[in-house]
Design a protein around this ligand. Structure first.
Ligand code: G4P
Length: 542
């Protein structure tokens, strides 16, 4: 889709609009993404620590053995030590307001991660120095390319033995198709991290370790001559490698970065807080500020236009103390003021924003004013569904968020028949949050809908919530299907004539043909070439 920028209408220009544009210009909204265990939670803490949001690293994410737990809200998460929820952390750094959107760590919740990526302007891709590019890293790079999100790559865990830095750059270039343009280069091999050579001015940033990485690591900036005197061997090797880089790979080019051709690279150790300040500086200096979001016609509503936003996540039952439903919106244009009444796009009904909060883990704070790029949690937003548009003034509709092709299916049955009301309400809720897709058919009936998911752990979350949040314990009976394709009414009989198939209707009205295997689908398709069988967007995205 080509995007054109709509002009502001005469009644939309003026000082207020200019103020909003200025606020938008000083915002950076991004997410840290990675294969699980590359250090996402640790880096989030380190970024917050660096921006002085928290006193000591360890207060944001609680894994076993770390201090306090803020983001783990479900017993299951605690038991597994994974973070399923997503929220946003906002902090000031230099003159900028930084919005860091959290993404779930486990690959089974990749659909949630993809939704978060619809709400960011840039992504920070973490790579484990010892492991290089892993399965989820590759998928996430593909999603960023698909969505046109510029990526800053951070090679993490340089304090531990790992791959050779030049080798890692080759791996990125060959496997992602992005040209890496390192901004910093490590001084000291992986496992002996002393500091970085800043390729932009040749200086040496020498890091000093603090106890347990709990506080910001002191940083000393030295001239090349001083660096050579301080670290003769490590500095000489870094210089040599950088000369090689200069000869082969280009330096940073802002346009190529923004258009997704190159990825600036930094080297870091999140656990020791090395390279964290450099990352924040890069985000402030190079990551794009919020720009107008294209509507369904491909026309971008300028950031200075009246308020508009879309829901990228809905969540409820975050903890016992706040049993409510939160819809997270990303503001696209205009100013948000708590209490304002906006229009809910899909229904055209007014929506009062009386309760609006910043939410990060269990920390909640009322929010009064927010600007493009900011994330607001709207409380008790039972009418809002993932993908919905909200606006003030002239209407706008943003394109719906992609739903991914489910790969696992299970019939869900209530274990207590008297609780059919709770059962129905729970299913409706989980579906509107995007926790699962819900399929139905006349054959199976209203009592036996089918949950369809990308990753099987979504089943566990759904079953857990049905029981604990909606008091409707359920039994899930796995179905043998692995593949779903979009079809139409006219094709149903032709598809279901073969065994290993079934057609069901998703709640959005889409008819999905389910197949036990790709092979079965191939047989059906080849046997009756006139059938409608279209692929849904695969979670792998290329
Ligand atoms: P994730 O959110 O991406 O899944 O990763 P997380 O931050 O939880 O980090 C995974 C493991 O890697 C943690 O160890 C963490 O301490 C470690 N780690 C993160 N960054 C670095 C780094 O820069 N250097 C080194 N050496 N380790 C790092 P863990 O043993 O699983 O947990 P914990 O007991 O240390 O909390």
């Amino acid at each position: 889709m080509t995007t054109t920028n709509a002009a502001l209408r005469p009644d939309e220009t003026g000082p207020a609009s200019a103020d909003v544009a200025a606020e938008a210009a000083r915002r950076r909204t991004f997410a840290v993404i990675s294969h699980p265990d590359a250090g996402k939670s640790t880096l989030t803490e380190a970024l917050a620590l660096h921006a002085r949001v928290i006193g000591q690293a360890g207060a944001v994410h609680g894994k076993a053995g770390r201090r306090g737990t803020v983001s783990d809200w479900m017993d299951m998460e605690k038991a597994r030590g994974i973070s399923i929820t997503s929220a946003a952390l906002q902090f000031s750094y230099r003159d900028t307001v930084v919005n860091l959107l959290d993404t779930p760590g486990h690959a089974d919740f990749s659909e949630d991660t993809y939704r978060v990526l619809t709400a960011v302007d840039a992504a920070v891709m973490l790579i484990d120095a010892a492991k290089g590019l892993e399965a989820q890293t590759m998928k996430l790079f593909a999603v960023c390319r698909h969505r046109g999100i510029p990526v800053v790559t951070v090679v993490n865990k340089w304090d531990r033995p790992g791959k050779d830095a030049l080798e890692l750059m080759d791996e990125v270039a060959e496997r992602t198709g992005l040209t890496p343009t390192p901004l910093t280069w490590p001084v000291g091999i992986a496992g002996d991290f002393r500091g970085v050579l800043d390729r932009r001015d040749g200086s040496y940033h020498r890091y000093t370790r603090t106890a347990g990485g709990a506080t910001v690591a002191p940083e000393e900036v030295l001239s090349p001559a001083a660096a050579a005197a301080r670290e003769p061997d490590a500095w000489a090797q870094a210089r040599e490698e950088v000369e090689l880089l200069d000869a082969t790979a280009g330096g940073h080019d802002q346009e190529l970065f923004l258009s997704g051709v190159t990825t600036p690279v930094l080297f870091a150790s999140a656990v020791s807080n090395f390279g964290v300040g450099a990352l924040l500086d890069v985000l402030v200096d190079l990551a794009p500020a919020p720009a107008g979001r294209p509507d369904t016609d491909g026309v971008a509503r300028p950031v200075g236009a009246p308020f508009s936003a879309f829901v990228f996540k809905v969540q409820s039952g975050m903890d016992a103390a706040h049993r409510d439903r939160l819809a997270y919106i990303r503001i696209c244009s205009g100013v948000f003021e708590r209490g304002m009444v906006v229009t809910h796009g899909p229904t055209g009904r007014p929506f009062a924003t009386k309760y609006a909060q910043h939410v990060f883990g269990r920390e909640r704070e009322s929010i009064d004013v927010a600007y493009p790029g900011d994330v607001v949690g709207l409380v008790n937003a039972s009418a809002l569904r993932v993908g919905d548009t909200l606006f003030a003034g002239r209407p706008v509709t943003f394109p719906p968020l992609t739903t991914f092709a489910p790969e696992h299916f299970a019939v869900v049955r209530s274990l207590e028949t008297a609780k059919h009301k709770q059962f129905r309400r729970g299913i409706e809720q989980l579906e509107s949050e995007g926790v699962v897709q819900v399929l139905r058919s006349d054959r199976r009936g209203e009592q036996a809908p089918v949950f369809a998911v990308v990753g099987p752990m979504q089943f566990e979350v759904a079953a857990h919530r049905m029981e604990h949040e909606f008091s409707a314990p359920v039994h899930l009976e796995p179905l043998p299907y692995t593949l779903a394709m979009r079809t139409d009414e006219a094709s149903v009989a032709g598809i279901t004539a073969s065994s290993g198939t079934e057609v069901m209707q998703r709640s959005d009205g889409e008819l999905l043909a389910l197949f036990t295997t790709k092979w079965v689908m191939g047989v059906v398709r080849n046997g009756k070439p006139g059938l409608t069988l279209e692929p849904l967007v695969a979670a792998q995205l290329g």
